[in-house]
Each structure stands twice: as structure tokens, then as C-alpha cells.
Design a protein around this ligand. Sequence first.
Ligand code: DQA
Length: 147
Amino acid sequence: MSKPIFVLNGPNLNLLGVREPHIYGHETLEDVRVRCESRARALGHDIVFRQSNHEGDLIDWVQAARTEACGLVLNPAGYGHTSIALLDALKSLDIPIVECHLSNPAARESFRHHTYVSLVATGVVCGFGPAGYELAIEAVCGLAAKP
Ligand code: DQA
């Protein structure tokens, strides 16, 4: 079997389900993990699913993805808007990167309109809530299948 897809989640996503549910919905991050796992399995892939509130953890995991993953789904949360260090780590990757947001940042405050991750993402899925993670997994599976 090929390498797993890394699904990495940034700060405050551990509070999914209780954090601003009018924006992010009522599903928990565990619900999202189950969605990702079943969608990936159906398409013949394993996932490694992680969340951290710490920028350095995310950078370490992105670096690990360089050799250990066949693709990356990343919801950088607030760090997408601020972290050049995360962008630099992503630049070291030679695998598909799908940036994923539950909400549609373009329809929110102006400080959310720019993300550094978008500069290196193969594509972006946003605004579809937890279902967007499944779309992101599908996209990575399609891209990873290509030689
Ligand atoms: C988010 C959007 C970001 O602007 C925000 O900082 C988050 C969550 C989303 O999934 O919609 O924490 O990435």
C-alpha cells in the first residue's frame, strides 16, 4: 500500500463542535477524522490525522510529510493567515497539498482573505464544513494516483 495521506489541523480546531458553531457547525474533530478515514479507505488510502495548537508541531509534521506521506490535507486555521514559517516548511514538499477550511474565509473578515498556504497549495476547498475534508481527501487521492 502507498504512503498515507497526512491530514493536519491547526489551532483551535480541537474545539470543533463547541467553538462558534454558527460558523463551524456542531461536528467534532473526531467526527471529521472518521469522515476522512472512511473516505480515504474507500479510495484505498490510509490517513494520519493530527491537530495541534502549536506552530512548531505543525511544521514538524509538514516536514515529516515530505518523506512519509503521499499527499497533505491541511487546515492551517489561524496560522494560515500569519505563518511564513509554515509556508517555508510547505515549500519543501513535493506532494499534492490541499488547503481546507470549514468556513469560506473570503466571505469573512478581510484579515482572513489572504493565506500563505494558498501560495503553495495545489488547490483549496473551503466553505463546505466537514464535508470539505472529504472533498479534499478525494482530490489528494486523485492527484496521488497520477504517476
Ligand atoms: C478556518 C478559517 C480560519 O480563518 C480560522 O482562523 C480558523 C478556521 C476554517 O476552517 O474555516 O481557525 O481555517
